[in-house]
Design a protein around this ligand. Sequence first.
Ligand SMILES: Nc1nc2c(ncn2[C@@H]2O[C@H](COP(=O)(O)OP(=O)(O)OP(=O)(O)O)[C@@H](O)[C@H]2O)c(=O)[nH]1
Ligand SMILES: [Mg+2]
Length: 359
Amino acid sequence: MQIGLVGLQSSGKTTLFNTLSQGSLKTQSSREEALIEVVKVPDERLDKLTSIFNPKKKVNATIEVFDFPGLKMSDDNKVKITNQFMNSVRNNDALFYIIRQFKDDAVPHPMTTIDPVRDIEFLETEFLFSDLSFLENRIEKLKKEVLKSKDEKIKRELPLIEKCFAHAEKELPLRTLALDENELKLLSGYQLLTLKPLAVAINFDENSINKVDDVLREIKNKLPKLNVPVIPFFAKIEFEMSALDDKDRLSFMAGYGIKESALNKILKTSYEILGLQSFFTVGEDECRAWTIKKNFTAQQAAGVIHTDFYNKFIRAEVVHYEDFIKYGSFNKCKEAGVWRLEGKEYIVKDGDILNIRHN
Ligand SMILES: Nc1nc2c(ncn2[C@@H]2O[C@H](COP(=O)(O)OP(=O)(O)OP(=O)(O)O)[C@@H](O)[C@H]2O)c(=O)[nH]1
Ligand SMILES: [Mg+2]
């Protein structure tokens, strides 16, 4: 899974990115390309399982984070957005708008004033325009193709694209259009920007921590149709304490009244907007967390581990993490009746521990 951090210039994307990357510091060497980091998803349940099984290897789930160069003013006082930028943003599975609330005269805002509502609206509008022009071109092409071709797919596509265009023309992002599974499948290759799962993250500074609730309320009131998660974070404060060990960091954060790290919030929100969950595999060799979509069947989950496990799936041995911790071992779980054998249609739950039986 890939998530992209996008926003206006100097909103704190790279500072946030460097707190997420839990390691070496990166800076933008080229103004054109995104920074990329494979971020380990922290999971206390995996830590606990690892302490029980003492395996040779612990493997966290990962998520790829892309830090895009910020959008800046060009000479004609308009924000410059290149096709190259839009195309690379398209490749992400979900987007975070990184919006500036922090004030710092030494760091100019490309639109001079601090106004999160305006910045969110700006990004929504630009991405919507990009989708509109794409859809418009596509309609032209499809209309010609429909005349020549007998392809059923093209015939189904044209009304769908027209429906999307009509929606976007009303200045509504495509994520607010009701689409069924088949329609989404048909659209998936187009990578429409406003169809992607979205969250908004607002970067506050130490002087505006007490304003968080007011700003979130203002966004909700002024952008009632936005309807996506909005999370506050504190890039600079967190960046400054990223060198501290976990314990010191937590007490430092508590001093500011910050309850959760930006990393946790971003990852949790990513799972939420992408409809993801985790399951575990355990053993002496390896304890591992895997990421799957909600509603995945046991067979689909097996396929994430290995395609052979999908093709040659027999059954899944299943215990939920909570039960495993409660009873302490697989044998005790069997005695208690919480260890089960499930078939390929079983819907995997967040926190299931699976062992796949296959041919
Ligand atoms: N005072 C203050 N400065 C911040 C904060 N967050 C970021 N900055 C500073 O703002 C400047 C720009 O931050 P970056 O993280 O590079 O912003 P960016 O969004 O990646 O910028 P571009 O990639 O150029 O769009 C840096 O000098 C940061 O130290 C903050 O919360 N408070
Ligand atoms: Mg940057």
